[in-house]
Design a protein around this ligand. Structure first.
Ligand SMILES: NC(=O)c1ccc[n+]([C@@H]2O[C@H](COP(=O)([O-])OP(=O)(O)OC[C@H]3O[C@@H](n4cnc5c(N)ncnc54)[C@H](O)[C@@H]3O)[C@@H](O)[C@H]2O)c1
Length: 346
């Protein structure tokens, strides 16, 4: 038998319920947090952050609502300073991948435990992957210290999430699943989780985007996001490498994932019959790339790279970066192949 794999099971507690945020004090106590710093994004994230601070009561030492997408180095440094100044003994990240990303950057320096309260579908809460950006460079890595110890999912907190963010972060999570089907590191567990996540997203993400107040569909998408995040650690092929390089050029993270996904699927699925079969079943379509493209068409987010400011003149640079990554699963990717995918997505 040629099958061979290694599967790590991350130590993480997951609490899911409508209204679960009311139990955040108990969960903080379980983690022995008595001075939690709440980390959130500005704007609507501040309201959520304040609510979490109130619920934590005496267990909270403050709100740091300064998270920004891709965790710029200066933002990370301000986060460490806030944790130091408040003598925090833990972090509560309330919001999407940006809030969780900043908490991870702080935890990487301080080893403070993270309790995550996710409100988007990008799945960062279920991974030990962190990222910090410095100008056009984004450095990512893995560190078990940044894996949130506890996740509290409360669908009620997501009812006000704009359709654009629901759609983009959901497509980002779908990209984790799709790529995990053909990734070298896939295991029986990641395949099962990704299939289940795809099925739940296919059945519920369009409903959530059409009607953000559908609490049941919101809950299903949060569960799908958790499962999708759980398989992200194996999803490091063309889709994620390309999104990473394009992100370095300033393109928006989740939207870029959404735009390139059908094109990467068309390129890769020809060489990945098992992935194709699993996706066909989950999406109930014999053309999974088309099914994803059709889903994207109905969403209020960009469908083309030119809409998110991609400069065509950068195609050779991007192609060179990807070719240098020597991707082989499920097929080798040349610079010319990357130029083809970029042109199709443009
Ligand atoms: N490390 C990982 O494993 C991982 C995985 C996926 C994404 N990411 C990172 O996550 C970031 C993107 O995160 P995202 O796509 O989840 O979006 P986000 O956290 O950037 O949030 C998008 C917007 O939605 C708003 N928002 C969030 N929750 C809301 C709510 N309940 N109601 C109203 N508005 C709300 C935020 O304030 C923000 O303006 C990127 O930096 C990406 O690199 C990391």
């Amino acid at each position: 038998m040629t099958l061979s794999f290694t599967h790590d099971v991350p130590p993480q507690r997951v609490v899911f319920a409508s209204g679960a945020v009311a139990r955040i004090g108990e969960e903080a106590e379980r983690l022995k947090l008595s001075r939690a710093l709440v980390v959130a994004t500005p704007g609507s994230g501040t309201r959520l952050g304040k609510k979490v601070v109130d619920l934590l009561g005496a267990r909270a030492v403050g709100l740091h609502a300064q998270a920004v997408v891709h965790v710029p180095k200066l933002v990370a440094e301000a986060g460490f300073a806030a944790a130091r100044e408040t003598k925090a003994d833990g972090l509560v990240a309330a919001g999407g991948g940006s809030a969780i990303g900043l908490a991870k950057a702080i935890a990487r320096e301080t080893a403070l435990p993270i309790l995550a309260v996710p409100t988007t579908y990008s799945g960062s809460e279920a991974t030990s992957i962190f990222g910090i950006s410095d100008g056009a460079r984004k450095v990512t890595g893995r560190d078990v210290n940044v894996l949130p110890r506890t996740i509290v999912y409360d669908p009620n907190l997501t009812l006000g999430l704009p359709a654009t963010v629901s759609a983009a972060s959901g497509m980002n999570a779908i990209a984790h699943c799709v790529e995990s089907f053909w990734a070298d590191g896939r295991t029986p567990v990641t395949l099962a989780l990704a299939s289940e996540a795809m099925r739940r997203f296919a059945d519920n993400l369009p409903a959530v985007v059409a009607d953000g107040s559908d609490g049941d569909a919101r809950g299903e998408c949060l569960i799908a996001a958790w499962l999708a995040g759980s398989v992200l650690s194996v999803s490091n092929g063309l889709q994620h490498k390309l999104a990473h390089v394009l992100g370095g050029l300033g393109l928006p993270h989740a939207e870029t994932h959404a735009i390139i996904l059908p094109h990467v699927m068309r390129f890769n699925l020809k060489a990945a019959p098992d992935a194709n079969a699993r996706l066909a079943q989950a999406l109930d379509s014999d053309d999974p790339a088309d099914a994803i493209a059709n889903m994207l068409k109905k969403f209020p987010i960009p469908e083309r790279l030119h809409e998110v400011g991609f400069d065509k003149a950068k195609s050779d640079f991007v192609a060179g970066e990807i070719a240098a990554a020597s991707i082989t699963a499920p097929r080798a990717v040349s610079a010319a192949d990357v130029r083809g995918v970029l042109a199709a997505a443009y």
